[in-house]
Design a protein around this ligand. Structure first.
Ligand code: SF4
Length: 253
């Protein structure tokens, strides 16, 4: 295979995957393919540009033109942790279209930077199936590599003189859609409310608009006495603000 296309998300896993491919195959036939969801934290593009400069490979940016909220309005469905049409519309379809127009599956490997956790490894067969007829590789999960923690991957970027994306520094596990991923659970949304209340407010406003349009849909659900019920972001925020603050630790504790 002569072409090496990195599905570069702006996340630390795809950065590390690009490094592994560069070490193994060089960068002359490498493409850094990134989909613009129009919802990323601005620092994602700084990180992407730094990576591009480090590897001396220009970014290849594809875009649908909409953001996730516009997609939800258009398909009349609010994404959630079970079904997120935004991924397909904003990432998979534009990337696949570019691959179809610019690469030969017989001569191209597609690299995905999923991390070597048991949960992520379980996704490999489905991802590989979705990419057919291209052949996929998962550099961080291969035999060439011992499993790395996210902290190790972030340190690797720093060792190359690149500051990791701001979302990791703000305590998020992933750098996608500015902490407002509809697949995230309550824990992440609460964290977003704590560290980026304006971004939470923006998501809450969009959710309310979609509820006005589509009925009582929500991103989050909660289970009470074994029964799942919708949990609007507005309700989550009210509960968080009503919750008593945790006591401060004793001096010297
Ligand atoms: S990161 Fe989350 S919100 Fe953004 S496109 Fe993917 S699934 Fe949708």
């Amino acid at each position: 295979m002569n072409r090496h296309v990195i599905q570069f998300s702006g996340g630390i896993g795809s950065f590390a995957a690009a490094l592994r491919v560069a070490e193994r195959h060089g960068t002359a036939n490498m493409t850094l393919l990134i989909a613009d969801t129009r919802a990323e934290h601005p620092d994602t593009w700084r990180f992407a540009d730094d990576t591009s400069r480090l590897l001396d490979v220009p970014l290849t940016v594809v875009r649908d033109g909409r953001d996730p909220w516009q997609v939800f309005r258009d398909v009349r469905f609010l994404g959630n942790d079970r079904l997120a049409p935004c991924t397909r519309v904003l990432k998979q379809i534009p990337c696949r279209k570019w691959m179809t127009e610019h690469t030969d599956p017989e001569d191209t490997l597609v690299y995905i930077g999923i991390e070597a956790t048991a949960r992520d490894r379980a996704r490999i067969p489905a991802i590989a199936r979705n990419w057919r007829p291209w052949t996929t590789r998962f550099p961080l999960c291969g035999r060439w590599e011992r499993p790395r923690t996210k902290t190790e991957l972030l340190r690797e970027a720093e060792a190359h003189g690149i500051q990791p994306p701001a979302m990791y520094r703000a305590g998020f596990a992933h750098n996608n859609c500015h902490g407002s991923c509809v697949r995230a659970g309550q824990k992440q949304w609460k964290h977003l409310l704590d560290v980026a209340p304006q971004q939470f407010a923006k998501a809450e406003r969009h959710e309310e608009e979609l509820r006005a349009l589509l009925g009582p849909v929500t991103i989050l659900r909660e289970r009470r006495k074994g029964v799942a019920r919708p949990l609007p972001l507005a309700e989550l925020r009210r509960r968080q603000h009503a919750a008593p603050a945790l006591p401060l630790p004793e001096a010297g504790a």
